[in-house]
Design a protein. Structure first.
Length: 192
């Protein structure tokens, strides 16, 4: 398999989606450092909650399912159904069944991205994502790490170690402040 092949496939699927979207999760960290540092189960994509209808139109013909918070079960995402908070997870399977996307709905208000788990934590939308040299958008690493900090698994710790050295001072400071507000005393604060 070519490096970043699953990410390239996502980019080709979403190339004509004219709303903000970003590769999220561990793949975003690997895109930051420009190398695959670990195996990945899937490709997560973040979009703004307000763009879910546009995404649905873009993926017409795909099998769409949503996950209700607190339930491990996927249920069909009914046509015209609005997914409101706290639900935020959608799965889309290509018409031929060979490819699946996990879509995470992010909060946004005008030019501002908001942390789903604590709306006090914000970032200008212009800083919520970055791009690879060939134009693939990915969620800013400090945002990815803030999500991963809640109950870090081994892969989350790995992603933190990989990303930490690649964060500039602004991104480090934002993550320190966000962690201090959401997870006071989190061990990553000292390491930033």
């Amino acid at each position: 398999m070519e490096p970043f092949e699953p990410v390239r496939k996502v980019a080709s699927v979403l190339e004509s989606f004219r709303r903000p979207w970003w590769v999220a999760g561990g793949w975003a960290i690997d895109l930051l450092v420009e190398r695959e540092t670990r195996a990945h189960e899937d490709v997560e994509v973040a979009i703004l909650r307000g763009d879910q209808g546009t995404l649905r139109d873009h993926l017409r013909g795909w099998r769409l399912e949503r996950v209700a918070r607190g339930s491990p079960t996927r249920i069909p995402w009914a046509d015209g159904e609005w997914i409101g908070p706290p639900d935020h997870e959608v799965h889309a399977r290509s018409p031929d069944g060979t490819f699946e996307l996990e879509i995470l709905l992010n909060e946004g208000e005008g030019p501002t991205w908001r942390f789903r788990r604590d709306p006090r934590i914000t970032r200008p939308l212009a800083l919520a994502g970055m791009r690879t040299a060939d134009g693939v958008p990915f969620l800013a690493p400090e945002i990815v790490l803030l999500y991963k900090a809640k109950e870090p698994r081994e892969r989350d710790l790995h992603d933190f170690r990989v990303a930490r050295g690649a964060l500039d001072e602004d991104r480090r400071a934002w993550l320190r402040d966000a962690l201090a507000a959401v997870h006071p005393g989190h061990p990553w604060i000292r390491e930033l």
